[in-house]
Structure formats: structure tokens, C-alpha cells
Design a protein around this ligand. Structure first.
Ligand code: ACO
Length: 383
């Protein structure tokens, strides 16, 4: 029997996270996502995913020091980023530079536990630096080196914009990183585990994950959400009419629907709350008020809710829906959104790799053959 899209198929046991799709609940290692997003930092969540418990102060300080020690990008890597075409897609850029990181690691193929941990820290620490450097180089600016003493979230905004962000922006960035850090057997995590299942190396597994996250049905949806918001704004169409037209043309409205959640994605709720704090009442892009994108998102959400309820479909906003307006307000360019998702998901991906290598079995499902049988080969001239 085949299961389309492997829906409902359990392929591993994990202690990392659990999703209750019917109720819209998500826990990491026993803690509600809402609690973690509001009361911890990304570094604490990294520790939780890699160690199964939240750190005490000394453990947290230790992890921060390890991350800080790995944050710099080698000059060779920066030179590679400079050699990219200016038009390179950021996810293609990230996929390539992570692959290169593996070539510079003499122990890339060592999958013992201490080496897995070292690489998890290295990748989590370097990906924000490389993502920010990519963004600056393609805009003709010099990369900004990480600043000692800043958190991962603060450092990313600092390296991206060249100046330190205020506390509420850092807090929002931190929460967004936490919300994206882990999510069960999603497509990119599965891809990482399939690669590790062949006993290939961590870098190859993360490259597989990045390539999988890139797609618009997965991490790429946040870029599509912002494209949709801009399309509505530029066309001057009422958002309700835009949604009606999209649905009537058989198109999907990006940022809605989820394979597992049949209620609002809890991550979308936290992001929506945070958006209220960072979105300024005045200012904003192109003369539009600071709340413009958020108000537009709210109108789309209300109308989609009404349309989906009327159609009897359990389609609700997912994490990508509000991350688009939040990231835009944080000054992150829209085609970088998925790369930000990737750097946030790295602790989750690597934690899954710890589990996969510790109890590995090659992941090798089957396909049901539906083609012909019993044919015999004729010489090529007779076919
Ligand atoms: N807009 C409109 N209708 C939708 C949407 C949507 N975004 N998503 C699903 N539907 C409809 C489908 O058309 C289908 O209707 P039908 O039964 O009349 O044919 C029904 O809801 C069920 O859809 P499926 O295709 O079975 O859902 P599936 O679980 O395969 O897909 C997915 C999930 C890919 C996320 C889908 O909802 C989608 O394409 N959403 C838009 C892209 C998106 O936001 N992706 C991000 C997901 S979250 C993440 O990866 C971080």
C-alpha cells in the first residue's frame, strides 16, 4: 500500500519535539513553544535540543563561548561569496557555502559524537555570519565581523545592517529563531536524516536539508508570502478580492495550510503578538504606514478564515504567514527569509542527526511499480 506524501507514516522516534496538529500545539523537549519563545533565548533552545534539558547559567555561558569561538568566517569563504554572481539566490548561496565548509573541515567524515557536537555548534554559529556576509557583498558592501558579547540574534542583525538593533528588535529576532528551530519530521529534516542514514557526513546532510527547505511548499513559502503582499499593494487590489481571485483560479494562498496542523500554527500566533510590539505606528516603507504589511496580513487572514470555513477546510495560517511582515519590519530583505529560516533550523537539523547517527538504519522505502511487465527487447530499428 502506498501513502501519498508519506502522510501519517512514522519513520523515527525522537525526543526533540512533538506536534499536536488538531489542537495547534508544539513542544520542544517537553516545553510549550509559546513559553520558550517568550522566556528563553535561541542559545538556550540550542542547548535544549542538543542536550535534552535547558541549561543552567554555567552551561549557557559555556555554550555561548563555544558559539562565539566559531562565529568568524574564514577569509577563503568570504572570497567564495565574493565570487558568486550578484544575482545568486540566497538559498543556493547558503547551500554552496555550507558545502564548502565541509571541504575545509579535515574531520568532515568523522561522525563520532564529539565531532557531531562540534559541527552542530560550528554550523549554527557560522551560518548567520555567512548569510549576513552574502547579503552585504551582493549589495557592494564589506562584510561586518561578528561583535563579541552579542547574542546570536543581536549579532545577526548587527552583521546584516552594520549597526546594533534595539532591544525589542533583538528580542523579536531571538523569538523568530526559536520558533523556527525545530519541527519534527518535516521535509528538510527528513532529507537530512535520509542523507545521514547512508552514513554520509553532517555537511552533506545539512546541504540536503537546505536544498529541501528552499522549496515554496516548505521554507520558501515566507518569500512567496511577501511577494503576495507586495503584489496586492502594487496592484491596488483589495486583499479580499485578491484572495477570492487566487482561490477561484485554483491557486494556493501562501502562508496557509500545513500537513500536520489542522488549527492555527502556534508559531504564527507568537509571531503575530510580537509583530504588534515591533511594528511602528508611523513610518514604514514607501510612505506606507508602519502597520501597513501587518494590517494587510490581518485582512488576508480574516478573509481566508471565512473562505476556508465556508468550504469546510482546515486551512489556517502557518509560521511563514506572519514571519514575512515581521522580517520585513526587521529590515531583512525578502529573498533572504528562507536563509534566515535555515540558520534558525540548523540546531534542529543537527539534533536530529545526533539521533540518526546514534541509532542508524539506512532509510530506504519502496515504490509500487505501476508500469508494464513481460516486454521483450526489439532491435532499435524495429521499435
Ligand atoms: N491555499 C488554498 N487552499 C489550500 C492551501 C492554501 N495555502 N493549502 C491547502 N489547500 C487546500 C488544497 O487545495 C486541498 O483542497 P482540495 O481538498 O479541495 O483539493 C486541501 O486544502 C488539502 O490540501 P493538501 O494538498 O492535501 O495539503 P498538503 O498537506 O499536501 O499540503 C502544504 C500542505 C504544502 C503546506 C499546503 O497547505 C500549501 O501548499 N500551503 C501553501 C504553502 C505554504 O505556506 N507552505 C509552508 C508550510 S509551513 C512550513 O513548511 C514551514
Amino acid at each position: 500500500m502506498s501513502t501519498s506524501g508519506l502522510e501519517g507514516v512514522v519513520v523515527a522516534q525522537t525526543k526533540l519535539s512533538a506536534i499536536n496538529g488538531a489542537e495547534g500545539e508544539l513542544i520542544y523537549g517537553g516545553y510549550e513553544i509559546d513559553d520558550l519563545a517568550r522566556h528563553t533565548t535561541f542559545e538556550e533552545v540550542c542547548y535544549l535540543l542538543w542536550n535534552g534539558e535547558l541549561p543552567n547559567q554555567a552551561q549557557l555561558d559555556g555554550l555561548r563561548a563555544q558559539l562565539a569561538a566559531e562565529q568568524d568566517a574564514a577569509p577563503e569563504l568570504i572570497e567564495m561569496l565574493r565570487a558568486y554572481p550578484r544575482t545568486a539566490d540566497p538559498m543556493a548561496g547558503l547551500r554552496t557555502i555550507v558545502s564548502a565548509l565541509g571541504m575545509f573541515d579535515p574531520n568532515a567524515d568523522d561522525n563520532t559524537e564529539p565531532e557531531l557536537r562540534r559541527k552542530a555548534i560550528l554550523l549554527t554559529a557560522k551560518m548567520p555570519t555567512l548569510t549576513a556576509a552574502f547579503e552585504r557583498i551582493r549589495n557592494g558592501k564589506e562584510p561586518v565581523a561578528p561583535r563579541a558579547g552579542l547574542s546570536m540574534a543581536a549579532n545577526f542583525l548587527y552583521m546584516l545592517n552594520g549597526e546594533e538593533a534595539d532591544e525589542i528588535r533583538v528580542r523579536t529576532m531571538d523569538a523568530a529563531l526559536i520558533l523556527h528551530a525545530e519541527h519534527g519530521m518535516n521535509a528538510s529534516t527528513f532529507a537530512a536524516r535520509v542523507t545521514a542514514g547512508t552514513l554520509s557526513d553532517v555537511y552533506s546532510a545539512i546541504v540536503s536539508a537546505i536544498g529541501t527547505l528552499k522549496g515554496p511548499s516548505h521554507g520558501g513559502a515566507n518569500v512567496e508570502v511577501m511577494n503576495m503582499l507586495r503584489d496586492i499593494a502594487q496592484s491596488g487590489t483589495e486583499p479580499e478580492a485578491w484572495v477570492d481571485h487566487a482561490l477561484e483560479s485554483g491557486r494556493r494562498v501562501m502562508g496557509f495550510g500545513h500537513r500536520v496542523y489542522k488549527a492555527t500554527d502556534p508559531r504564527a500566533k507568537v509571531l503575530r503578538d510580537l509583530a504588534d510590539q515591533i511594528v511602528p505606528a508611523e513610518g514604514g516603507e514607501g510612505g506606507r504606514g508602519g502597520r501597513y504589511w501587518l494590517d494587510l496580513s490581518d485582512r488576508i487572514r480574516s478573509h481566508m478564515q471565512a473562505r476556508m470555513e465556508a468550504a469546510g477546510k482546515k486551512i489556517y495560517p502557518n509560521v511563514d504567514f506572519f514571519s514575512a511582515s515581521v522580517y520585513t519590519t526587521l529590515g531583512i530583505p525578502e529573498d533572504l527569509f528562507t536563509a534566515v529560516f535555515a540558520m534558525a533550523r540548523t540546531p534542529g537539523w543537527t539534533a536530529h542527526l545526533f539521533e540518526q547517527y546514534a541509532k542508524n538504519r539506512l532509510i530506504r522505502p519502496e515504490a509500487e511499480y505501476t508500469g508494464p511487465r513481460g516486454l521483450t527487447v526489439k532491435p532499435v530499428g524495429e521499435r
